[in-house]
Design a binder for this molecule. Structure first.
Ligand code: UD1
Length: 369
């Protein structure tokens, strides 16, 4: 029996791991162990995704919680090492470890496994923003450099990995597993009652998410973005589910009150997967700094104005519906104007974002281990 550890920790991991677990479980000689590090622990950032995506309860929950990067990573390393070594044959019990994305839990699980000589598969390998001030970029570089199977979502990832000297034998373009979940859920999500509850009309509102430290941890940048949202709301109602990191910064700086005072901005708590997909799939435009949402908007064909200077997901700009706006209010409002007047580009869904990435991922993993 192949024993495979599947690691999740933070919100964007859950929708990627759900279809991978299902695909691995189709193999009678594979046993998966689901480990939740607890990097995200709030019900709205974690439990709700398990319920809605039908993910079984974790076999192991480490409860590492929040902290500085060093504190959180140290807890992740010690918790994961103990879990791997506590198996009946210690590290030798494991055929491999599957990690997804670029969060601290991804990097820590890869590092722990590598030191114990356990093979690693990295799903979403090769993405690069070339901006090492992003914590996720460090996580991507470290994870890829020690992974044995590099499972890639878009062609740029293959190019980056080859450019870094990774052996071609380790690299597989498998497509985008997050889109597996999106395609599986979108029809059901659209039937939810969220739009009437929020007095929103399909195709007539803007969804906003912001959580990157580079946007929300510096008051001058955050204030500029709040101004942008106030401007946007003059043309389109804005609905803004607020990440806890962002909520903290907005509250500390008094900006929550300013947003709440704007007539057409609705601040919400973080939403579950289906409510959020209900919103995004029927939006006129999405304004975000999220990596995952750049991809989801491209798959949905909804315009996405990305509040970042760079992206590790270039296919969303080159083929998809995304435009990079930095933190530039003028650029944002000019793109919005184009969208409102029907002058914005229309994108296409990239190859292999077809709902079957998890099957290809499981095939590679099972063939390799
Ligand atoms: C993390 C990931 C980021 C991902 C994002 C999605 C890293 C380095 N960052 O960022 O790539 O896009 O998740 O959400 O791994 N908090 C809560 N409840 C929780 C978890 C966090 O209130 O359940 C608050 C805490 O104040 C915490 C802060 O949010 O300090 C940041 O959490 P953390 O996990 O460090 O990073 P995120 O900003 O969520």
């Amino acid at each position: 029996m192949k024993q495979i550890a599947c690691i999740v920790g933070a919100r964007p991991n859950f929708m990627k791991m759900a279809p991978i677990l299902r695909a691995l479980e189709q193999y009678s000689d594979v046993q998966t162990l689901l480990i939740h590090t607890g990097q995200h622990y709030d019900a709205l950032l974690s439990d709700v995704f398990f319920q809605e995506l039908g993910i079984r309860a974790p076999d192991v929950s480490l409860g590492v919680g929040s902290g500085s990067h060093a504190t959180q990573t140290a807890k992740l390393l010690t918790g994961l090492e103990k879990t791997f070594l506590d198996a009946p044959d210690g590290a030798g019990s494991w055929s491999g470890v599957v990690v997804v994305g670029d969060v601290n839990s991804t990097m820590a699980a890869a590092l722990t496994a590598a030191k114990l000589h356990i093979p690693i598969a990295h799903v979403e390998a090769g993405l690069r923003s070339f901006d090492r001030r992003m914590p996720e970029e460090i996580n991507r570089l470290v994870t890829d450099s020690i992974s044995d199977l590099l499972l890639v979502s878009e062609p740029a990832g293959v190019k980056n990995l080859k450019g870094e000297g990774h052996s071609e034998e380790k690299i597989f373009l498998v497509g985008n597993v997050m889109i597996d979940t999106l395609l599986q859920q979108v029809d059901r999500a659209r039937t939810r009652k969220l739009l009437p509850d929020l007095s929103l009309t399909p195709g007539q509102y803007c969804v906003v998410t912001l959580h990157r430290p580079s946007n929300v941890d510096h008051l001058s940048v955050l204030e500029g973005l709040v101004q942008v949202l106030e401007d946007v709301s003059k043309d389109l109602p804005v609905v803004f589910p607020v990440h806890p990191r962002t909520r903290g910064r907005l509250d500390e700086s008094g900006l929550t009150a300013r947003l709440e005072a704007a007539p057409d901005i609705r601040l919400l708590e973080p939403l579950g997967y289906n409510d959020f997909l209900c919103l995004t799939s029927q939006a006129k435009v999405i304004v975000t700094d999220s990596g995952g949402l750049q991809e989801e908007s491209t798959a949905l064909g909804v315009p996405c104005l990305t509040m970042r200077e760079n992206t590790e997901r270039p296919v969303t700009v080159e083929e998809g519906t995304s435009t990079l706006c930095g933190s530039d209010a003028r650029m944002l409002s000019s793109c919005l104007n184009d969208i409102i007047h029907g002058r914005y580009k229309s994108g296409r869904c990239p190859d292999l974002w077809d709902g079957h990435a998890a099957v290809r991922i499981a095939e590679q993993i099972v063939a390799s281990w």
